[in-house]
Ligand binder design. Structure first.
Ligand code: ZN
Length: 428
């Protein structure tokens, strides 16, 4: 088993900052966290971090890899509100995706993630014209990169519900014992799911299969729940027996009073995506009501550090309490990640070695773990990993991905061109 170490970094190890620290890795696990000199003594082969900041691998808790080829493709149709953004851009795009464009969208998004220090992605996938086997295509790319993923298909009455349900359940079953890839039950959003479909999902969903759904992203989602006779969105999901501590609820912006109560009682996983929310002009999570949440990018790039910056800038700014952000970005993230992958989320002995060395040398050594937040917000460039390590393997180092094949970058370009032509053939 390969034994090697990283030395000379400012490491966040659990809740401690080690100013001149090192990490010993054996196989896929961290076996030692110590001073730089300690690691040098114990491990023959070491990589010098040169004073850079070393953090646990970053987790993107809500992503849409299928959207990664979209920048620059554009649309000529109006996008004046949330519904038009969906109908005229994303729902057109997800109808024309095929095997090739799904693969290279995933690859492009994963490359951006790895460059941003991401080692786990919770993806919410939609390709309405290519359902069966779509999640296995994304899995193939995750495995090629060597990172972890939690995948699902966005079940929606927009498409063939039967196929969507089957894709979710088959993928979940196949990955029950997989240590790196998991399946959950994907639902697009309350407002694109009829009562009949929700009834069916609650019958067919496997035991202990969590859901991943957009929840209250726009006001229309809440109004739809009221129209159906419920006291809110969470009330509707709960009435169908779909909520538990591992349910993944993206956004949670427009909720009813009743919903907040269910949230406090059921404690599902809330994922905020602030820069996506600012882009769509849908409002922001109420942080006075929801304290425990984690961050995603919602397909707006792949950098979760950028989400943290957006959260800071759109929230209390200079009056922010760094310990709250520290809790969101590190502690709650590790806690949630462990619900899906045990022994992850922190740099500590025995955990899987998911580590990012950012290309950032803190001029002032953080004296408390909370002060790392200020380095992330004011100092660090979001897509600036120096070395990304996943499951003990270096997958990115100094600008080079270790898992790419010769034509991958050319093929990403080709796939983007193809996607654009498919989109415009479908009406632009
Ligand atoms: Zn989303």
């Amino acid at each position: 088993m390969k034994r090697w170490g990283i030395t000379g970094g400012v490491i966040l190890a659990g809740d401690k900052v080690i100013p001149d620290g090192g990490i010993g890795i054996e196989g896929e696990r961290i076996v030692r966290v110590a001073s730089s000199s300690g690691i040098k003594k114990e491990f023959e082969e070491t990589v010098d971090a040169g004073g850079r900041l070393i953090l646990p691998g970053i987790v993107n808790f809500h992503h849409h890899l299928y959207s990664s080829l979209a920048p620059g493709i554009g649309t000529e149709s109006p996008m004046r509100n949330f519904r038009e953004i969906l109908e005229n851009l994303w729902w057109r795009l997800d109808r024309v995706l095929d095997e090739e464009t799904i693969y290279y969208s995933a690859l492009n998004g994963i490359l951006q993630g790895v460059k941003s220090g991401v080692t786990t992605i919770f993806d919410h996938h939609a390709s309405m014209g290519y359902v069966k086997g779509s999640l296995s295509i994304i899995e193939e790319v995750l495995k090629k990169a060597g990172i972890k993923g939690v995948l699902c298909f966005e079940t929606s009455d927009r498409g063939n519900v039967e196929e969507h349900i089957a894709e979710n359940i088959e993928f979940f079953e196949k990955h029950r014992d997989d240590r790196y890839i998991k399946g959950v039950f994907g639902l697009h959003a309350n407002f694109t799911l009829s009562e009949k479909t929700l009834d069916r999902i609650s019958k067919e969903r496997q035991e202990k299969m969590p859901i991943h759904i957009h929840c209250g992203e726009d006001r229309i989602d809440l109004e739809y729940a009221f129209e159906k006779g419920y006291r809110g969105i969470l009330h509707r999901l709960h009435s169908h027996g779909l909520l538990d501590e591992r349910s993944i609820l993206a956004h949670c912006i427009h909720l009813s009073e009743w919903d907040y109560r269910i949230l406090e009682d059921k404690k599902p996983i809330v994922v905020s995506n602030p820069h996506s929310n600012l882009n769509n002009r849908v409002g922001l999570i109420n942080r006075d009501r929801i304290k425990e949440f984690v961050l995603g990018t919602d397909g707006f790039g792949s950098s979760v550090v950028l989400s943290l910056k957006a959260l800071y800038l759109s929230g209390k700014g200079k009056d922010e309490d760094p310990s709250e952000l520290y809790n969101i970005f590190f502690k709650r993230s590790a806690q949630v990640l462990n619900k899906f992958f045990p022994d992850t989320g922190e740099i500590k002995e025995g955990n899987l070695a998911d580590i990012v060395v950012f290309d950032y040398i803190p001029a002032s050594i953080p004296e408390t773990p909370e002060s790392i937040i200020y380095h992330l917000i004011f100092g660090l460039i979001p897509e600036s990993s120096y070395i990304t390590i996943s499951n003990g393997r270096i997958i990115y180092r100094e600008g080079e991905f270790t898992f790419l094949n010769g034509n991958d970058m050319i093929n990403i370009r080709k796939a983007a061109k193809k996607l654009k032509s498919l989109l415009y053939r479908d009406g632009g």
